[in-house]
Design a protein around this ligand. Structure first.
Ligand SMILES: NCc1[nH]cc(CCC(=O)O)c1CC(=O)O
Length: 408
């Protein structure tokens, strides 16, 4: 026996060994001898390179004659041409070529929270790396992002002053309020930046709901859409390139479109409707940031129920008929089927999705826990939206993406 030559520390180069039957230590030892490799061991179709160490240990199994499990193979079969895919993505560039839609800087829209204290730059605790900005502080920040390739922002007003909220969202379109002042300041400082204004009442109403209410708490549709349309028109007059109603009151798209036409602004203000906005559990950090949580009840009677795919389809069709120029699906990752429905129903308009505050905060939390890598998961989420059919993404990751996209 040559067994004494082998210990658990024996290191030997990989050798082809026939694995269809059990190896004796003698055979292994023979194989180890340089230039003495019996040709019958090579002629077999089922050969594999392994290390002697891996095959013969534990030694006990071979010495006491117990059977050791060995890997076996089924019969060889010819390779089908259709089985081979990996040639198409073996290179980093090829992996990008597989994308039907590429994430680019012009696909991204950055949400900004603007408050009425012009010098404010306060981090929002539940929304990592995001601030509540005053107009004086937001302008230089946005300028720095434009220098990196930022193309579009969406503005949310957050009035905090005493008495700034009432039943009619009067402060929403106050000419000296945060949104209108910021539209004007950004138009001046960043002439190429595309400025979208979210149109809603919840940040400006004393009760935190998105419309004007009856005594019983339900929304008075007619009065609400007329007020929403006036707010949108005032944003357009101040220079907004796009108004995006997120209130979910029936018929507001039509009212806003009419308002823009009557004001002579329909030709240079886009109307991008949040057509499919769901009343899920993902807006918490936004409501903290904007101070817009309803003081009673919830938004379930106007935002869509999370399983209401049919309702979302009807809302998309309705908004197209009412004159929307683009469709927003919100939230994003949990609603990819809705994005895909929107792409199918609204083939001829841009499809945008909003990766909302809760989605963003969850990804940050998971990254902090070590569950995911932040950059990788941010791209995976964005690419999921693009794959489903969106070409535009409203995302709090935008400043990060502007850096990350430069790395390619
Ligand atoms: N109605 C206003 C509005 N516009 C966008 C969001 C949420 C965005 C986010 O969570 O990032 C909300 C909050 C809400 O509907 O309660």
């Amino acid at each position: 026996m040559r067994s004494t030559e082998f210990t658990s520390r024996t290191r030997v180069a990989p050798l082809p060994i026939f694995l269809g039957r059990e190896q004796t230590l003698n055979e292994v030892a023979v194989l180890c001898k340089p230039r003495r490799r019996p040709s019958d061991l090579y002629s077999t179709l089922a050969t594999i390179s392994i290390t002697i160490t891996r095959q013969v240990f534990p030694m006990s199994g071979l010495f006491n004659g117990t059977k050791k499990h060995v890997a076996t193979y089924t019969e060889p079969a010819p390779t089908e041409i259709s089985s081979i895919l990996q040639g198409g993505y073996h290179h980093p560039l090829l992996r990008q070529w597989q994308n039907e839609r590429q994430l680019t800087k012009s696909s991204l829209i950055y949400p900004l929270f603007i408050t009425d204290n012009e010098d404010e730059a306060t981090p929002i605790e539940s929304l990592p790396k995001q601030n509540r900005w005053g107009v004086k502080k937001v302008v230089p920040y946005v300028e720095s992002l434009v220098a990196k390739g930022l193309k579009a922002v969406i503005l949310f007003g957050v009035p905090l002053a005493e008495g700034s909220k009432d039943l009619y969202a009067t402060s929403a379109d106050d000419p000296n309020g945060p949104v209108i002042l910021t539209i004007k300041a950004l138009r001046k400082a960043c002439p190429d930046l595309f400025i979208i204004c979210d149109v809603c009442m919840c940040e400006y109403t004393s009760h935190g709901h998105c419309g004007i209410l009856r005594e019983d708490g339900s929304i008075i549709r007619e009065e609400s859409v007329r007020r929403l349309a006036a707010i949108a028109v005032n944003y357009a007059k101040a220079g907004a390139h796009c108004v995006a109603p997120s209130d979910m009151v029936d018929g507001r798209v039509l009212a806003i479109k009419r308002g823009l036409i009557d004001a002579g602004l329909a030709h240079n203000c886009m109307l991008m409707s949040y057509s499919a906005k769901f009343s899920g559990n993902l807006y918490g950090p936004f409501r903290d940031a904007a101070g817009s949580a309803p003081s009673f009840g919830d938004r379930k009677c106007y935002q869509l129920p999370p399983s209401g795919r049919g309702l979302a389809r009807r809302a998309i069709i309705r908004d197209l008929g009412e004159g929307t120029d683009a469709i927003i699906v919100k939230p994003s990752t949990f609603y990819l089927d809705i994005i895909s429905d929107a792409k199918e129903l609204a083939k001829d308009v841009p499809i945008c999705t909003y990766q909302v505050s809760g989605e963003y905060a969850m990804l940050h939390a998971a990254a902090e826990k070590g569950v995911v890598d932040l950059k990788t998961i941010a791209f995976e989420a964005a690419n999921g939206c693009l794959r489903a059919g969106a070409t535009l993404i409203i995302s709090y990751f935008t400043p990060d993406f502007l850096d990350w996209l430069d790395e390619f």
